[in-house]
Design a protein around this ligand. Sequence first.
Ligand code: AMP
Ligand code: MG
Length: 316
Amino acid sequence: MDDPRLARIREFIEPFRVSRSAVVLARDFDPSNTGDFFAEEDSKGLLQQGIEMLEHYQCRLAAQDTFGLLVVLQALDAGGKDSTIRHVMSGVNPQGVVVHGFRAPSSEELDHDFLWRYTQKLPARGEIAIFNRSHYEDVLVVRVHPELLLRQKLPPLARAGAVWERRYQQINDWERSLVENGFPIVKVFLNLSKEEQRRRFLRRIDYPEKNWKFNAHDVEERAQWAAYQDAFSQMLSATSTAYAPWYVIPADHKWFLRVAVAAVIIDALANIDPEYPTVSDEARQALIASKERLEAEAPDGVAPDPVGARLAAGEA
Ligand code: AMP
Ligand code: MG
C-alpha cells in the first residue's frame, strides 16, 4: 500500500528500535524524550489516525487469515501498559484481538518449561495477541529475584552456568520459529524514569479512585531499580534480533508513548501488508448464480437488487 503516512511512521519509530548489541538503558534511551515529530496538542489527532489505520489493517489481517501478530509489552510498574492497551487498541474489532496478562506462574505452570504458558496464548492466524508482560519476565523478575528461579524446578544442568544467556538463546530460537511460520512479533519496552514512577505511585495514593491500582509490593520492587535496569539492558542487548527487534519507547509522557506504540504496531502490520482474499473465477460464478436466485425472489414492485442499484448510482 502506498500510504505516505507509512514512510513518516517508519522515520518516526526508527530511533526507538534497538539495533546495537550492548545496550545501556540509562545511557542510550531517554525516558522523557518526545522528539520533534509532533507536539502534545497534535497527539490526540495523531492517535486517532493511528487507531483508524490499525482498524483497517486488522480487518485485512483477519480476512487474509495467514499471519497472526504477537505484541509483547514490557515495562516497569506504572510504565503505562494497561492504559496503552486501552487507548491504542480502542478502535479494533474485539473479535480480532486478544489480550493476555501474565502474573506470577501457578503451580501447574511451574510444572512445565518456562515457555509453556506463553505458547498457550499465542495468536491464531488472522489474530492480534497482546502480551501484557510476557516470556521476558522469565529473564527479568526471575533474574532480579533468584529465589523465583529455584521455584521453577529446573534440573541441575539447567540451573548451572550461563542460565540467562541460554534463556536468551531459547527465547530467540522460539521467536524465530514463530516468525518463520507466519507470526511476526512486535516487542515494546515502555521506558519510564525513576522520578516519573515515583510520581505515578504517589498519584495512585493521593487520588482515592486510583488507590486500587496501588500495591505496596511495587514500592519494594522499586528498591531494586538498578538491578532491573541492568536486567533490561542485558535482555535488550541479547534479544533484539533482526527478525524480532525491540523498541524502547520513552514512557514519561503518556501522550507521546501512545502515539509511538500505535506507530510501531502499524509498521509491523504494514510489513505484513495483509490483503483481502481475491475471489477465484469459480467462486465468482457461484456468487453470480446466488445473485440471480436472490433477484428472482424480489417481491412485486421492488428492485431485483436494490443494493447493486445504489452502488451503480455511486451512493454506497
Ligand atoms: P501485575 O502486572 O501488576 O498484575 O503484576 C504481575 C506480577 O506478576 C508482577 O509483580 C510480576 O513481576 C509477576 N510476574 C509476572 N511474570 C512472572 C514470572 N514469570 N515469574 C515470576 N513473577 C512473575
Ligand atoms: Mg503491578
